[in-house]
Design a protein around this ligand. Structure first.
Ligand SMILES: Cc1cc2nc3c(=O)[nH]c(=O)nc-3n(C[C@H](O)[C@H](O)[C@H](O)COP(=O)(O)O)c2cc1C
Length: 512
C-alpha cells in the first residue's frame, strides 16, 4: 500500500467515528478474565537497573513545557541520571490503586483507559553509566532490558534518512504502540489512541528533556520496517510510532551493523488476542518504505490557511513565563485525570490564557515548519471563565485571541459531544481539537494522519501539565465525531474532530 493513497486514512477515520447510534449498537463488552498485562516483559534478558533517586531539575513546569529546544552544544550527552529522569517522568509508574478488576499501575502521562499501550526503547552509544546498546524500558521495575549490545545509532540514522537530529543524537528513544493492550477495550479506535497516548507521553518527555538541558525532537520521518526490525518487533502486535533523538554529538557515521532477528521470548499479554485488520491496513498504508520516501515526506511545507476573523476578539492574558514555580517533576507527580469537576467553580481568564499560550508555542517536530505551525485548530466551549461570556469560541493562535462564535450556556451540548459524560459539562471549559484532514492528507499522505493525532496528544499533554501547574484539573475525553463539527459549524465546516480535553476544578481535591 502507498502513503499517497489517502483513501486508506479516510476509510479508517470514517470507519472508527463514534456516533449516538454506533455506541448503542456496539455489542462489545470488557472480558476482564482476558485483560492484557500492562507491561511488556522479556523473561530471559539481562537488564540494567536505573537509578530511582534521580536529582530534580528545579525547572518550573510552565517554562519546561514551552521553552524552545535548547540549542545543541557541541556535545551534550545525557548521563544515566538524565535518561532515568526522562524515562520515568514520561512512562514510569507514579501511583497504584486496587480495583475490583485488579491492580492498576497509573503512569506519569494520561492514557486512554489506563491501558498503557505505548512502550519505550532506547538506542544509544556509550553514555556515562550505560554501555552502547538497544534497550527496552520496563516501568514495572524501572530498568532497561538489553536487546542488542553495541552502537546501532547509525542503523537508526539511516532509517531516518540521515535526518540531522537522529544522525547526531547521543541516544534516541523510540515509542511503539501495542495494538491488543488498548484494543481489548477500544477495538479499532486504538489506532487513533496510539497518537493520543504517545502524544501525552511525549509532552512529558520533551518538557523533562528541556528541563535537563537536553535537546529533544519528535521525528515521524523514518522507514518503518527498518526501525521495527532493529527492535525485533512482531508487527502484527506492536509497531514503531516515532523517534525522539536526545542530546547531540558531533561524531557520526559508524557503519550500520547487521541486525539479525532475535526472536526474544516475551510473556503473552492475554490468553487470546483479537486482531482488527483495519488498523493493520491503516498502519501499512501510512508506512514509509525507503529513505527517498522519508526525504520527500519530511520536505513538505504545509500551506496553512487562516480563516477570516469573527466578532470582537477577546485578548488572552497569560501569566509571566515562570509563574507559578512548581517544578516539572512536582507537576507530573501531582497530575492525574480529574474524575469529577466542581460545576459551581470557575477559573480565571489568566489561567485559561496560560494553558492555551504555553501549550501552543510550537512542538519540535520534523513534519512542521516553522516552529509554531500547527495542524490542529482549537475550539472551546466556555462554561465558567471569569471575565468572558459563556459560549463557543475559536482560538486564533496568531493573535492569542478568542473569537466568540456563539454566546450561550452549552453545558448540555458539551455533555452530549463528550460521549454523554458529565466531565465536559461540569468542567469550566472544554477544548476541542479539529483539523482539516482533507488538506493535510493531500499534502502529507496517510502518514499525515498519524501526525495529526500525535500532535493533538502532545498539545493535549502540555495542556494537562499547564493546568496542573496552576493547581487546576483536566481530563482527556472522547467524542461524537460529526456532532462536534456540526456544533462548531459553519466556522468548522469541512474539519474533523480529533481530540478533546476538559479543564476545571476537581470536586474533591486529592491530598497533595
Ligand atoms: C486522549 C484521552 C482520552 C480520554 N478519554 C476519557 C473519557 O472519555 N472518559 C474518561 O472518564 N476518561 C478519559 N480519559 C482519562 C483516562 O481514563 C486516564 O488518563 C487514565 O485512566 C489514566 O489515569 P490518569 O490520567 O489519572 O493518570 C482520557 C485520557 C486521554 C489521554
Amino acid at each position: 500500500m502507498n502513503n499517497r493513497d489517502i483513501h486508506a486514512a479516510w476509510k479508517y477515520h470514517d470507519g472508527t467515528k463514534h456516533s449516538y447510534w454506533s455506541i448503542r449498537n456496539n455489542p462489545h463488552f470488557l472480558d476482564w478474565a482476558n485483560r492484557p498485562l500492562p507491561f511488556k516483559i522479556y523473561p530471559q534478558i539481562e537488564s540494567v537497573s536505573l537509578p530511582r533517586d534521580v536529582s530534580q531539575t528545579g525547572v518550573a513546569a510552565l517554562s519546561a513545557i514551552s521553552e524552545p529546544a535548547p540549542t545543541p552544544r557541541a556535545d551534550s550527552l545525557p548521563g544515566l541520571q538524565d535518561l532515568a529522569r526522562i524515562l520515568y517522568f514520561s512512562a514510569g509508574v507514579t501511583r497504584q490503586r486496587t480495583y475490583p478488576g485488579g491492580e492498576i499501575y497509573f503512569r506519569a502521562a494520561a492514557c486512554t483507559g489506563a491501558l498503557y499501550e505505548i512502550e519505550l526503547y532506547v538506542v544509544t552509544g556509550d553514555l556515562p553509566g550505560l554501555d552502547a546498546g538497544v534497550y527496552h524500558f520496563n516501568p514495572a521495575n524501572v530498568s532497561l532490558g538489553l536487546l542488542r549490545k553495541g552502537d546501532f545509532r547509525n542503523n537508526l540514522a539511516q532509517a531516518a534518512a540521515m535526518g540531522p537530529a537522529v544522525a547526531h543524537a547521543s541516544a534516541t528513544i523510540i515509542c511503539t504502540g501495542t495494538y491488543w493492550r488498548n484494543a481489548w477495550k477500544y477495538q479499532a479506535r486504538t489506532y487513533r489512541h496510539f497518537g493520543w497516548d504517545s502524544g501525552t507521553l511525549l509532552a512529558n518527555m520533551l518538557a523533562v528533556s528541556a528541563a535537563s538541558g537536553l535537546r529533544a525532537e519528535i521525528v515521524l520521518g523514518f522507514v518503518d520496517s527498518e526501525v521495527n526490525r532493529l527492535l525485533d518487533l512482531n508487527t502484527r502486535r506492536e509497531v514503531s510510532l516515532c523517534l525522539v533523538p536526545i542530546g547531540h554529538t558531533s561524531e557520526s557515521s559508524l557503519e550500520p551493523k547487521e541486525i539479525p532477528a532475535l526472536g526474544l521470548e516475551t510473556i503473552p499479554l492475554s490468553e487470546r488476542e483479537v486482531e482488527y485488520p483495519t488498523m493493520h491496513e491503516m498502519h501499512d498504508a501510512s508506512s514509509l518504505e525507503s529513505e527517498e520516501e522519508v526525504r520527500r515526506w519530511r520536505g513538505k511545507k504545509p500551506i496553512l490557511l487562516s480563516s477570516a476573523p469573527v466578532g470582537e476578539p477577546v485578548r488572552l492574558t497569560p501569566l509571566p513565563d515562570d509563574e507559578p514555580k512548581d517544578t516539572i517533576e512536582q507537576v507530573i507527580l501531582r497530575r492525574g485525570s480529574t474524575r469529577t469537576f466542581d460545576r459551581t467553580a470557575s477559573i480565571t481568564l489568566a489561567q485559561l490564557s496560560t494553558i492555551l499560550d504555553r501549550a501552543t508555542r510550537g512542538l519540535p517536530v520534523d513534519f512542521l515548519e516553522p516552529l509554531g505551525t500547527q495542524f490542529n485548530d482549537l475550539y472551546l466551549i466556555v462554561h465558567s471563565v471569569q471575565g468572558i461570556k459563556p459560549g463557543a469560541y475559536f482560538f486564533r493562535r496568531e493573535g492569542n485571541t478568542l473569537e466568540l462564535l456563539k454566546e450561550g450556556e452549552f453545558r448540555s451540548e458539551a455533555y452530549h459531544l463528550g460521549l454523554e459524560q458529565e466531565l465536559p459539562a461540569d468542567a469550566c471549559v472544554t477544548i476541542f481539537f479539529l483539523a482539516d484532514l482533507n488538506r493535510i492528507l493531500e499534502l502529507h499522505g496517510n502518514r499525515g494522519y498519524r501526525a495529526i493525532q500525535l500532535e493533538a496528544g502532545a498539545i493535549g499533554g502540555r495542556m494537562y501539565l499547564a493546568a496542573y501547574a496552576q493547581h487546576l484539573g483536566a481530563t482527556g475525553l472522547t467524542f461524537f465525531d460529526d456532532d462536534v463539527t456540526d456544533f462548531f459549524s459553519p466556522h468548522a465546516k469541512g474539519k474533523n474532530a480529533i481530540f478533546l480535553l476538559a479543564i476545571g476544578k476537581p470536586l474533591k481535591r486529592k491530598p497533595q
